[in-house]
Design a protein around this ligand. Structure first.
Ligand SMILES: Cc1ncc(COP(=O)(O)O)c(C=O)c1O
Length: 397
């Protein structure tokens, strides 16, 4: 056999963010004092009430398959959160629970993409969107944005790229990797365009509860006229520090999408873990005070990281309004030491200064690196000190 892999598997890139986390863990296990700015997950333990709910479920013997789209208990808890938090009315039949928001997104692209269909990704975008679209046989089409406009796309740039093959637009605010939010004006103008061009919107709202500066969140489905066109994706990973438990979900008015994603899941994972679903139901329906506490800690860390980064000459960034990332422009250093792009810069930081970060290339900007502040304050102080030293040494070459 001279060709084992399918073309689509052979062309698939591994997740850049997970690769950095693995490298960071490997160096740490060898005793290297690595500063980890690569993490895409909260560093807090899952709150006790949530862990206890998982344990109780196991003790009750809930170890069997669940309904494909998730337990009724969890889907009710999700529907109630949408209603309480945003006044969004979804029935339990509109919700499909999967093994993480990443899996929900994967199912959605498998459900809506035919070969040649175009799905629009607004750069900088989360690394997995273009890869998942391509894996489904579609064509990711990217729309560039600029730091000068706070990474908010221009409606004309989006409109220019819409053609007969365009099927959907992916939104993600606050954004991974930039932490920026979109303005209501932008969302409203986008809604007009979406209506006019008859498109679907996949709104990845996984960071909706990690919003700083007293900001309030506007889900895309609450923009007038948009609920029937929107598939909202969310999950418990980031909000409740539950990344390893793997629970995410989608909510959609379109029963076609709900049924198709459920069918796809029925032929792949069957259902998400029963135990994790019980824990997620408790996360969403119990008291929400830990969410605020964790958010406040992230906000203090954001303040610290941007204050320190401001003191590093020749680096620039847009102040993040949410999530736990700063997307730092390193273009002033490209060209020195044979560094051609963000991967070279990230490798230089890791090898010489033992600071792990994620290169911006896989997010759609090779002029940037992504620093995560989902780590302790002393780590942030030491890490930015090392980055400052690295930048000063590069400047004086
Ligand atoms: C923008 C975005 N969407 C989705 C996910 C996936 O989250 P989950 O852990 O629920 O699969 C992540 C995780 O990094 C993310 O940053």
């Amino acid at each position: 056999m001279n060709r084992i892999l399918s073309t689509r598997a052979a062309e698939l890139k591994p997740s850049a963010t997970l690769a950095i986390s693995a490298k960071e863990k490997e160096l740490k296990s060898k005793g290297v004092d690595v500063i980890g700015f690569g993490a895409g997950e909260p560093d807090f333990p899952t709150p006790i009430r949530i862990r206890e709910a998982g344990k109780r479920s196991l003790d009750k013997g809930e170890t069997f398959y669940t309904p494909v789209a998730g337990t009724l208990e969890l889907r009710k808890a999700i529907a109630e959160r949408f209603s309480k938090d945003y006044g969004l009315k979804y029935g339990v039949e509109n919700i499909v629970v999967s093994c993480g928001a990443k899996h929900s997104l994967y199912n959605i692209f498998q459900a809506i993409v035919d070969p040649g269909d175009e799905i629009m990704c607004l750069a900088p975008y989360w690394v997995s969107y273009p890869e998942m679209v391509a894996l489904a046989g579609g064509r990711p089409v990217t729309v560039d944005t600029s730091a000068a406009r706070g990474f908010e796309p221009e409606i004309e740039s989006i409109s220019d790229k819409i053609g007969p093959a365009t099927k959907a637009i992916i939104l993600n605010y606050p954004s991974n990797p930039t932490g920026v939010m979109y303005s209501i004006e932008f969302l409203e103008k986008l809604a007009e365009l979406v209506e006019k061009k008859d498109l679907l919107v996949i709104s990845d709202e996984i960071y909706d509860k990690l919003l700083f500066d007293g900001g309030s969140y506007t889900p895309f489905a609450t923009i007038p006229g948009m609920k029937p066109r929107t598939v909202t994706v969310n999950g418990v990973s980031k909000t409740y520090a539950m990344t390893g438990l793997r629970i995410g979900y989608l909510a959609a008015d379109s029963m076609e999408i709900v049924k198709a994603t459920t069918n796809i899941q029925s032929q792949s994972t069957s259902n998400p873990s029963n135990t994790a679903q019980a824990a997620a139901a408790e996360a969403l329906s119990g008291p929400q005070s830990e969410v605020i506490e964790m958010r406040n800690i992230f906000e203090r860390r954001r303040d610290l990281m941007v204050e320190l980064l401001d003191q590093v000459p020749k680096l620039s960034f847009v102040r993040p309004q949410g999530a736990f990332y700063v997307f730092v422009n390193i273009s002033n250093f490209l060209g020195s030491k044979g560094m051609l792009g963000s991967s070279d810069f990230a490798a230089h930081l890791l090898e010489k200064y033992h600071v792990a970060c994620v290169p911006g290339g896989p997010f759609g900007s090779d002029d940037h690196i992504r620093l995560s502040f989902a780590t302790k304050e002393d780590v942030i102080i030491e890490g930015i000190k090392r980055i400052k030293t690295a930048c000063e040494e590069l400047r004086h070459e």
